[in-house]
Design a protein around this ligand. Structure first.
Ligand code: ADP
Ligand code: MG
Length: 248
């Protein structure tokens, strides 16, 4: 086992996932090795169906690999019990989905605090942190709104706040701007840039080159494998940021 397992927040070793059985089965992830350090933002790009979502599910313990290993903070998580894995999902990893996945009957602040409550925080701590996050993400005035009363961009901010409220080791985002118009996309782009600067470890699957440009490293995925790695310099991010008006 390489040394990086001990020092990285998230590692994959020889990761494989086959969906289904026999002839009709699909090799969605076909041998992925990955080491993600604390505070790193990593972007994964690639065509539809190449295995990006499956990879994220494996990294976050939403699904089990057919082969290989996943290590989170120095601990192997692919072979632990269902109960232990459920705990990992509640406390150590958060997801941001393309379609937000908010609970429609709960207000914005209730959606956000839910992740902290599930991770075992007291109601008072959970509420305080949820309100702080909504404030930081610029939607404090919508905290009592139901998701149905929010725009797409506001919903995704609530989803990001929820993802941060349990103070996870890693946030995994699957095409977070896939359902947003261009203005909302820019808002979420700024948000991810802020997250990166705040030291949050982040893996983001995206079709948007501007989101990918906020990352430290960008991978291309094809047919279940990571085929290409680009290490983005501050210059690249800076230039791109300036180009799209991110630099204040
Ligand atoms: P991406 O996110 O890059 O679009 P996915 O990881 O969703 O790719 O899918 C990779 C491949 O695995 C695709 O061929 C897809 O049809 C297949 N696949 C994904 N999830 C399942 C599933 N639950 N059952 C069967 N096949 C699946
Ligand atoms: Mg996908």
């Amino acid at each position: 086992m390489s040394n990086a397992v001990g020092t990285s927040v998230l590692c994959a070793r020889g990761l494989h996932k086959r969906h289904g059985e026999g002839e009709g089965s699909v090799r969605a992830v076909d041998g992925v090795d990955l080491d993600i350090g604390a505070g790193e933002t990593v972007a994964v790009m690639g065509p539809s169906g190449c295995g990006k979502s499956t990879l994220l599910h494996l990294l976050g313990g939403l699904d089990r690999p057919s082969g290989g290993e996943v290590w989170l903070n120095g601990r192997r998580i692919d072979d632990i019990s269902e109960k232990a894995l459920a705990r990992v999902r509640r406390t150590d990893v958060s997801y941001v989905f393309q379609s937000f996945h908010l609970m429609e009957e709960l207000t914005a602040v209730e959606n956000v605090e839910m992740s902290a409550l599930l991770a075992g925080r007291s109601p008072r701590t959970a509420r305080r942190r949820a309100e702080e996050l909504l404030d930081r993400l610029g939607i404090a005035d919508r905290s009592k709104s139901l998701p149905s009363a929010l725009s797409g961009g506001q919903r995704q901010r609530v989803a990001v706040a929820r993802a941060l409220c349990n103070e996870p080791l890693v946030v995994l985002a699957d095409e977070p701007t896939g359902n947003l118009d261009s203005t909302a996309t820019l808002d979420v782009l700024r948000l991810f840039k802020d997250l990166h600067e705040s030291g949050q470890t982040l893996v983001v699957v995206t079709h948007d080159a501007r989101i990918a440009a906020t990352a430290d490293r960008m991978f291309s995925m094809r047919d279940g494998v990571l085929v290409d790695e680009t290490r983005l310099t501050g210059g690249t991010t800076g230039q791109l940021g300036a180009l799209i008006g991110l630099e204040d």
